[in-house]
Design a protein around this ligand. Structure first.
Ligand SMILES: Nc1nc2c(ncn2[C@@H]2O[C@H](COP(=O)(O)OP(=O)(O)OP(=O)(O)O)[C@@H](O)[C@H]2O)c(=O)[nH]1
Length: 312
């Protein structure tokens, strides 16, 4: 457990540090409230032991600031124990009112200090588990279970934000809609499980084309999402016209060259995709129109024989 000990008396800080270190805890010391607030952000402690009277900034003020920092984060609550000189009812009430969780007197007997720290270590372990679970839940809520791509919900949220940023700066913006050709026939002929494998492979191929463009800095923050059944979308904020075309043609070629047999995709014999796109040189329109344009072009690509992109 990492403890941030906030104590202006060097002698007291030294004594407490030795005692806490002897229980196996990692101790970092701040000599006043202001230093504690800065150190809190650096150290991310599991527990704060906070003196009350200190120069520069007292313990109550520092606690209020730490709680304000935590309020800007998704989930955070670091236990704060006040270190007081006397064990009075007023001290307890003031400590809790100030955002603290408890208090201990500085002269606390060894066994009591050790027992309190044990209880705090349990809370620290629980917080860690909660924070890991929270992160996993967040990840799962934004991913499509079958393909691992971002899901429609995450795409919609990100898209609204990216579009309003692009509109406020008049930046370029591109959207691609991609659909596997004759996928119903693929399912009917090869079975639904094979269909799932095909969806996963196409999704990975699409993601790697988009990732390559990001890593070559042709795009910045472009990402692919599963939009629905066998339909995918690629969002390309800040994309140039060249990057837009490169991703569209790149993914069609990459999927076709996988050579996944598709007897019922008569013209090609392998799994292919069709793409419709919309490129806006300076975002100013309604996002809905961008979607509509990409969708209409996707239908045009299908009508023109599939395995192709219609981009304008
Ligand atoms: N295996 C599998 N199939 C899916 C999944 N989601 C949607 N599908 C199938 O995708 C097929 C989509 O069929 P259609 O919308 O008719 O499109 P299509 O057959 O690809 O025809 P075109 O788009 O015109 O080339 C349907 O058979 C759906 O059952 C999935 O998660 N797994």
């Amino acid at each position: 457990m990492k403890i941030l000990l906030v104590e202006d008396s060097r002698a007291m800080a030294a004594v407490m540090s030795v005692r806490l270190a002897s229980f196996g805890y990692e101790v970092s010391v701040a000599e006043n409230g202001e230093v504690a607030v800065a150190r809190f952000a650096e150290v991310a402690p599991d527990l704060v032991l906070m003196d009350i009277e200190m120069p520069v900034m007292n313990g109550f003020e520092a606690t209020a600031r730490i709680r304000a920092i935590e309020a800007t984060q998704d989930w955070a609550w670091t236990p704060i124990l006040f270190l007081t000189a006397s064990n009075t009812q007023e001290n307890l009430i003031t400590a809790i009112e100030a955002g603290g969780d408890d208090f201990i007197v500085k002269s606390v007997p060894e066994a009591v200090l050790q027992a309190k720290m044990k209880a705090m270590a349990r809370i620290a372990a629980l917080r860690k588990r909660l924070s890991v679970a929270n992160r996993l839940l967040r990840e799962q809520a934004s991913r499509d279970g079958l393909t691992g791509l971002c899901n429609r919900r995450h795409m919609d949220l990100t898209l609204d934000l990216a579009w309003s940023e692009a509109r406020s700066s008049g930046a370029p913006f591109a959207l691609l809609m991609l659909d596997i050709d004759h996928f119903k026939k693929y399912n009917d002929y090869y079975g639904h499980l094979a269909g799932d494998d095909c969806l996963r492979t196409v999704a990975q191929t699409l993601a790697s084309v988009v990732d390559r463009c990001n890593s070559e800095r042709l795009t910045d923050g472009a990402f692919a999402a599963r939009y629905g059944g066998e339909e995918f979308a690629v969002l390309m904020p800040q994309a140039s016209a060249q990057a837009y075309e490169r991703v569209a043609h790149g993914v069609i070629e990459a999927v076709r060259s996988l050579g996944i047999r598709h007897e019922r995709n008569a013209d090609w014999g392998v799994v292919t995709t069709s793409v419709g796109g919309a490129f806006v040189p300076a975002a100013n329109d309604e996002l809905m129109h961008v979607f509509r344009a990409a969708d209409e072009r996707l239908y045009a690509a299908k009508a023109a024989g599939r395995n192709r992109a219609v981009l304008s």
